[in-house]
Design a protein around this ligand. Structure first.
Ligand SMILES: [Fe+2]
Length: 323
């Protein structure tokens, strides 16, 4: 299971008193969807298994910039959509636990608003402003660059995010252009204080590890994807096929070499047979003209010559002897 783009809890035009419909639609369907898809791809590339988004964020410095940027982009926007609501809700009562915490930390609700707006306005370039709770339940304001957030282990000030505002130009430029302060001022009119209070309560209940959020149901796929398995299987098959092919080639070569050797042996044997045959034939020829007969011939000639027989008679006699 991969991280999923959550649906907005209201229509794209529902916050148009502060953020226009087109900006909301592009922001959700393009920017947030882009972070979600790229996060899933970056997680798969890194071979990361089943993890909540909070688990990713709290050890994000160990991962690639792609995981860091897109994990932040995914989490921050999930939270941002939920802490806004059309027309906003009533601000926390000064008598409530959260109201008291605001006064204790900032002096008054108005002071808190000013400091939060200043953090949002002064964030250089793109980033976010945050209201956070420390592990002891004390509130503080901070801002982060790009898509970083206070849950990240690399954040300057770490804490549990209670409220946030996106100050990337993609969040407000169509309506406000360079007037970021006006956008921040308008934002306070659509804050869902019920959701913000809920997050503060959750932070207080988890003082030792206040990082669990309602987004933790979004987990990444625990096992290698089917596609990855197929690729592995394909690789194994290819490797096997290559080995088989190699074996076949080796076997063929061996067969060819054997055949060549056999052929060579045959040729050698043939040659040997021919030589033997020739030798035998030669011997046979040599045998045919026996030395005995030659001796007879010689002795006969010698005898004839000795007796003084004329040459012609000797020849005739020799012929008889030879015959
Ligand atoms: Fe954004």
């Amino acid at each position: 299971m991969a991280f999923k783009l959550p649906k907005l809890p209201y229509s794209y035009g529902a916050l148009s008193s502060v953020v226009d419909k087109t900006t909301m639609e592009i922001h959700h369907t393009k920017h947030h969807a882009g972070y979600t898809n790229k996060l899933n791809a970056a997680m798969a590339d890194a071979g990361l298994g089943k993890m909540t988004i909070e688990d990713v964020l709290k050890r994000v410095s160990k991962y690639s910039p792609a995981v860091r940027n897109n994990a932040g982009g995914f989490y921050n926007h999930c939270m941002f959509w939920k802490i806004m609501v059309p027309k906003g809700t009533a601000v926390p009562s000064a008598k409530s636990k959260f109201g008291k915490a605001i006064v204790a930390s900032f002096g008054s609700f108005e002071n808190f608003q000013e400091k939060f707006a200043a953090a949002a306005a002064s964030r250089f370039g793109s980033g976010w402003a945050w209201l956070c709770s420390s592990r002891t339940g004390k509130l503080f304001i901070t801002s982060t660059p790009n898509q970083d957030n206070p849950l990240m282990d690399c954040a300057d000030k770490k804490g549990f995010p209670i409220m946030c505002i996106d100050v990337w130009e993609h969040a407000y430029y169509l309506k406000y252009q360079n007037r970021r302060a006006d956008y921040v001022k308008g934002f306070f009119s659509v804050v869902n204080w019920k959701e913000v209070t809920k997050r503060y309560t959750a932070a207080c209940a988890n003082k030792t590890a206040p990082v669990t959020t309602s987004m933790s149901d979004a987990v990444v796929k625990p096992k290698p994807t089917v596609a990855k398995k197929k690729v592995t299987a394909k690789k194994a098959t290819t490797s096997r096929a290559k080995t088989t092919a190699k074996k076949k080639v080796t076997a063929k070569k061996a067969t060819t070499a054997k055949a060549k050797t056999t052929a060579k042996k045959k040729v050698t044997a043939k040659k040997a047979t021919t030589t033997k045959a020739k030798t035998t034939a030669k011997k046979a020829v040599a045998k045919k003209v026996t030395p005995k007969k030659k001796a007879v011939k010689t002795s006969a000639v010698k005898k004839v010559v000795k007796k003084g027989v004329p040459i012609k008679k000797v020849t005739a006699k020799r012929r008889r002897v030879v015959k």
